[in-house]
Design a protein around this ligand. Sequence first.
Ligand code: MG
Length: 218
Amino acid sequence: MKTITLLPSNTKIRANNIFCVGQNYADHAKEMGGVPQKEPIIFLKPTSAIIENGQDIIIPKMSTNVHHEVELTVLIGKQGKNISQLDAMKYVAGYGVGLDMTMRDKQSEAKKAGNPWTVSKGFDTSAALSSFIDASKISNPQDLEINLIVNGTLRQHSNTRNMIYTIDVLISFLSSVFTLEEGDIIYTGTPEGVAQVLSGDILSAEIPGVGKIQHTVK
Ligand code: MG
């Protein structure tokens, strides 16, 4: 069982489903050669993939090209189904920063074959997560700077205002398909600048005012 921490109350919550959004920043969709979609691209990670601040990211033996993707993460605080965009933000308990680590080679093979992304996206240590900061502390989650520094060099830098599908739209869409539960986590997509990580790299992901994590790649 994986638990997550909601600050500043230090509440421990059991991690439930992990929903991830693909190509939710136009500049990243472009670098991936993606075409505009009618609705969000959704995939899941298992909770076994979660690591917390300071734990190592392990490159699986089957891959020679693991990429970093820094993302704003959203923690759902209560159960909901068919949530309207208007009500959506009431379901958010907190915000964090995460890394959606991706075996890009395995994902490309899966895309070509029309197969699921579960292996390329869900392997152990692929879901790095900070603690979450209570939603009441964040005045506008769609105006947050988002940064990833690798070995001291800024590799990804954007703002959550550049999301194609905003958090309220994502919650409304997800809840039309899945019953959302307390402890669900949403990875809201990565901006441009994704790139390969190598053994020994030190990744520092930060959303100022929200959270910061640092991980060594092994
Ligand atoms: Mg991602």
